[in-house]
Design a protein around this ligand. Structure first.
Ligand SMILES: [Fe+2]
Ligand SMILES: [Fe+2]
Length: 197
């Protein structure tokens, strides 16, 4: 039997997400997939891989916390303090494990983009940045300043990622919420080592 193509895997993941997610969450995933594909075309990344990572990124968002924790532990990474406090934040890591075990995705770039879409990672590749950014600025996201959004879309991929990170960290800081050290490290890496604080 021939190995499945990425398009065939995408169809299976799409059906899975459609089956398990509530309609608003599925529709968000679809918008992230479409925007990721558009950005991939713009920044010379495989658009099929970008669509797959987008449609998969939140497929475990409705899963139970104990299952998320058990799945996430399989990737061998430590559980961060913020993840321990709020296990729902592990849905990206769980989705990457599921993509590999049940959907035969072996491409590390796709798996890492899904795994790190919530907090980011200091050494993210272009696909990872695309999914991270698309998740935060897809057209269904409310409350984003249109001028800010227009400026984001005018940037290079690193510029977009930096603006989205600054926006997210600023929002969390202003509400007194904890920011993952990984997210701060990602911003610092895009600012050329200059830390925010
Ligand atoms: Fe998510
Ligand atoms: Fe999302």
């Amino acid at each position: 039997m021939l190995p499945e193509t990425l398009k065939e895997i995408t169809e299976r993941v799409n059906l899975y997400a459609l089956g398990v997610l509530a309609p608003p969450r599925y529709e968000h995933s679809l918008r992230v997939a479409i925007l990721s594909r558009e950005m991939a075309e713009r920044y010379s990344v495989d658009p099929v891989a970008a669509y797959l990572a987008g449609i998969a990124h939140d497929m475990c968002k409705s899963s139970r916390e104990r299952w998320l924790l058990a799945m996430a532990l399989k990737d061998g990474l430590p559980i961060q303090e913020v993840e321990e406090q709020k296990p729902s934040l592990l849905h990206g890591r769980a989705a990457a494990v599921l993509l590999q075990s049940d959907f035969a995705v072996e491409d590390d770039s796709i798996l890492d983009a899904v795994r790190h879409h919530t907090f980011g990672a200091a050494d993210m590749d272009s696909l990872g940045k695309i999914v991270f950014v698309a998740d935060k600025i897809e057209p269904g996201r409310t409350g984003l300043d249109p001028d800010w959004l227009r400026r984001v879309h005018e940037q290079s991929l690193d510029g977009m990622t930096r603006m989205v990170l600054e926006h997210n960290i600023g929002y969390l800081d202003s509400r007194g919420k904890s920011v993952s050290p990984v997210t701060r490290a990602m911003l610092a890496s895009l600012q050329g080592g200059k830390r925010l604080r």
